[in-house]
Design a protein around this ligand. Structure first.
Ligand code: ATP
Ligand code: MG
Length: 257
């Protein structure tokens, strides 16, 4: 199982949209996929139609040794998901009482390693203990940015968190930033031009790259999310769906090389 954490310290950049498109797109290609919703906003969980009440959620996996990932898995038509939970807002306090607060998710996921090809983790817009659990569990981190300086600064924060985790051999010395994915791209935009100029160097300094594929701004993404319908069902031919397909192919190609 390859585990991919979708991160940025900055909110609203498209982490959830990208996580769902990636997990569901890989599933459509025939891969066995598990989506993990680490965000207390539970947007991915609601879009997937997974239940939170009376279910084992990421909150249980993060705060207790009583459960393993297998207890939390729910099936839906585009793959499997471990639901998020609004209680995750309080998880950090609970987790700070544990001896191993940073490895809770990695440990829980170990039991299902053999059942999936890809696990995609949708992270909250922060770099607290919860997101760092995702980085500890991940093989690859993908940072989503939009054309603004705040999300590029957010990338820097993710890079620092990854470095700290990589340096600790008990955490995750092998975690790699697979690349930066630019979302809501408009080829005619002024901010986009400055991003195209600056970002490759920012990426290179962090030993990573900018993905060639950009995800264009597309109203169907927002509409699909508000209607709680997968983008692949809502409008599989829209520009963003087309871009996400190209991105998945680029990611898979990069993996092969
Ligand atoms: N390519 C796109 N085109 C148009 N709208 C988009 C695109 N990507 C995301 N959006 C919209 O932007 C908003 C934020 O996206 P999303 O929820 O995926 O971001 P996020 O980074 O997960 O946010 P948060 O930090 O709050 O978890 C949503 O309303 C989403 O539908
Ligand atoms: Mg989100």
């Amino acid at each position: 199982m390859k585990t991919i954490a979708i991160c940025n310290h900055k909110g609203g950049v498209g982490k959830t949209a990208a996580s769902m498109a990636l997990a569901e797109g890989l599933n459509a290609k025939g891969y066995r996929t598990l989506l993990v919703d680490l965000d207390q906003q539970t947007n991915a969980t609601r879009q997937a139609g997974a239940k939170i009440e009376d279910a084992v959620t990421v909150y249980d996996l993060l705060t207790s040794f009583e459960y393993t990932a297998a207890d939390g898995i729910q099936h839906y038509e585009h793959g499997d998901i471990i639901p998020g939970d609004t209680l995750v807002a309080d998880a950090e306090v609970e987790m700070s009482k544990l001896d191993t607060p940073l490895t809770m998710l990695a440990d829980a996921l170990e039991g299902v390693e053999g059942n999936y090809d890809y696990c995609v983790i949708d992270c909250p817009p922060s770099l607290g203990i919860v997101t760092r659990n995702a980085i500890v569990a991940a093989d690859d981190v993908i940072v989503v940015v939009v054309p603004d300086t705040a999300s590029v600064d957010g990338f820097g924060k993710v890079y620092q968190a990854c470095e700290a985790i990589r340096k600790n051999k008990r955490l995750n010395p092998n975690v790699t930033i697979a690349g930066i994915l630019i979302n809501t791209y408009d080829a005619r935009g002024r901010l986009e031009r400055s991003l195209d100029e600056q970002l490759p160097e920012v990426a290179e300094n962090a030993d990573t790259k900018v993905f060639e594929t950009r995800i264009r701004k597309c109203v169907s993404v927002r509409q699909a999310q508000s209607a709680h319908i997968s983008l692949w069902d809502y409008d599989p031919e829209c520009t963003a769906a087309e871009d996400f397909k190209a991105f998945i192919d680029e990611y898979l190609n990069q993996e092969e090389n």
